[in-house]
Design a protein around this ligand. Structure first.
Ligand code: DGJ
Length: 315
C-alpha cells in the first residue's frame, strides 16, 4: 500500500474538513485505494434528527441522505467528489428512498468486470428489513447505479463490511440472526451476489460495526457491542481463514475511555505503508443530532499478533 503519510500524522478526533473548507459528511465510512488515490465513502447525515415511535430502543434517525465520496492522495487533504449514490425521494417502495436506512457503504474494485462495487446496509426505519444492497460504477467516485438488496442465503443482514482478499475473492461480513451472530459470505466472482458459501461467526456474541483486515496471513475482525448509537467497548477476534472460526481477544483500545472505544464505534481499518500499521476509523455518533456526528481516526498496530489502538489524549 502506497500511503505517504505516517500513521501518527493521520489522527483525527472530531470534525474533518474538505479542501473547500466544508465539513466532511461521510459516516459509517469505508475506504478504497485505487491507482494511487484514496476514496472515502460514507453516509450523508443531514437534517433534523427524530426518534422513531414505538421502538424499544433509541431509534434516532435522519432522512437517508445517500452516500458521499471524497478523494485524497495523502489521507489528509480531502477533495469532495460529490454524491456517489443519491437517495430517491417520494418512493417508499425503493430501497434507497430517503425514508429508508442506508448505512456503512464499502467499495471494492473488480479487476475482471472493471467495475467498482459498493455494498451497504439497507433497512426500514425500524431496522426490520435487514438487507444488504449493492450498486456499481465504472469510475471510483461514481455516480453508482443501485441494483438491488438481498438477504444473503435468506439470512438477515444489518451492520456490514466488505473484504477483498489477496486472491481477489471478496466477502460480505454482517450482523445477522437478530444481531446475535455474525456471518461471513463469499461473493460471486463479479462481487454482485452472495454465494452459498457462508459461515456463522462470533455466535451469540451480539456484535456489530465489523471492520476486517489481514495481517501476516491472519484475519482480524474488530467489532462493537450492540448498544444502538451509544458507545461501548470494542473487541477484536482473529482467524486463520476468512470464513473463521474467529477467536475473541478482548478490547484492543488503550488509554482514557478505552472502555467506550474512546466514545466511538468502529467502521473501517485501512492498511498503511508502515509495517503492521493501520488506520482505525470510527464514528463519534451524536445520537440526538446525528448530523453533528464526527470522526475518530487512530493508528492501529499489530504487535506479536496483538492489536493495539492507542489514544494519547490526556483528557
Ligand atoms: C449501531 C450501528 O452500528 C449503526 O450503524 C446504526 O445502525 C445504529 N446502530 C442505529 O442505532
Amino acid at each position: 500500500m502506497d500511503a505517504f503519510a505516517q500513521a501518527s500524522d493521520l489522527s483525527v478526533d472530531g470534525k474533518l474538513y474538505d479542501t473547500d473548507k466544508n465539513l466532511i459528511n461521510a459516516h459509517g465510512a469505508g475506504m478504497l485505494y485505487h491507482d494511487g488515490i484514496y476514496y472515502l465513502f460514507g453516509e450523508i447525515k443531514k437534517g433534523t434528527t427524530w426518534r422513531v415511535a414505538n421502538q424499544s430502543w433509541e431509534d434516532y434517525r435522519v432522512p437517508a441522505g445517500g452516500i458521499s465520496c471524497y478523494s485524497s492522495k495523502d489521507l489528509k487533504n480531502w477533495r469532495y467528489e460529490g454524491v456517489a449514490l443519491a437517495p430517491v425521494k417520494g418512493d417508499p417502495k425503493s430501497d434507497i428512498d430517503t425514508g429508508k436506512v442506508i448505512e456503512r457503504p464499502k467499495v471494492i474494485y473488480n479487476t475482471k468486470t472493471k467495475q467498482f462495487v459498493m455494498w451497504m446496509h439497507i433497512d426500514a426505519k425500524d431496522y426490520s428489513y435487514s438487507q444488504s444492497g449493492v450498486a456499481v460504477s465504472k469510475t471510483p467516485a461514481g455516480p453508482y447505479h443501485y441494483i438491488k438488496s438481498v438477504k444473503p442465503n435468506g439470512q438477515m443482514s444489518r451492520d456490514m463490511t466488505l473484504f477483498k482478499d489477496d486472491d481477489g475473492k471478496a466477502y460480505l461480513i454482517y450482523s445477522s440472526e437478530q444481531n446475535n451472530t455474525m456471518q461471513v459470505c463469499l461473493l460471486s466472482d463479479d462481487y454482485l451476489h452472495p454465494t452459498k458459501t457462508y459461515s456463522r461467526i462470533l455466535i451469540n456474541r451480539r456484535r456489530e460495526a465489523p471492520a476486517l483486515f489481514k495481517n501476516n496471513g491472519k484475519y482480524y475482525l474488530i467489532t462493537s457491542d450492540c448498544t444502538g448509537w451509544s458507545a461501548n467497548a470494542a473487541t477484536y477476534a482473529i482467524a486463520d481463514k476468512v470464513l473463521g472460526p474467529y477467536k475473541e481477544y478482548g478490547n484492543p483500545c488503550k488509554g482514557l475511555r478505552a472502555n467506550t472505544t474512546f466514545e466511538s464505534q468502529s467502521t473501517y481499518v485501512l492498511p498503511l505503508k508502515e509495517k503492521n500499521t493501520y488506520l482505525f476509523m470510527a464514528d463519534h455518533w451524536n445520537k440526538t443530532d446525528l448530523e453533528k456526528s464526527d470522526y475518530l481516526w487512530l493508528p492501529l498496530k499489530v504487535e506479536n499478533g496483538k492489536v493495539e489502538i492507542i489514544n494519547d489524549a490526556k483528557k
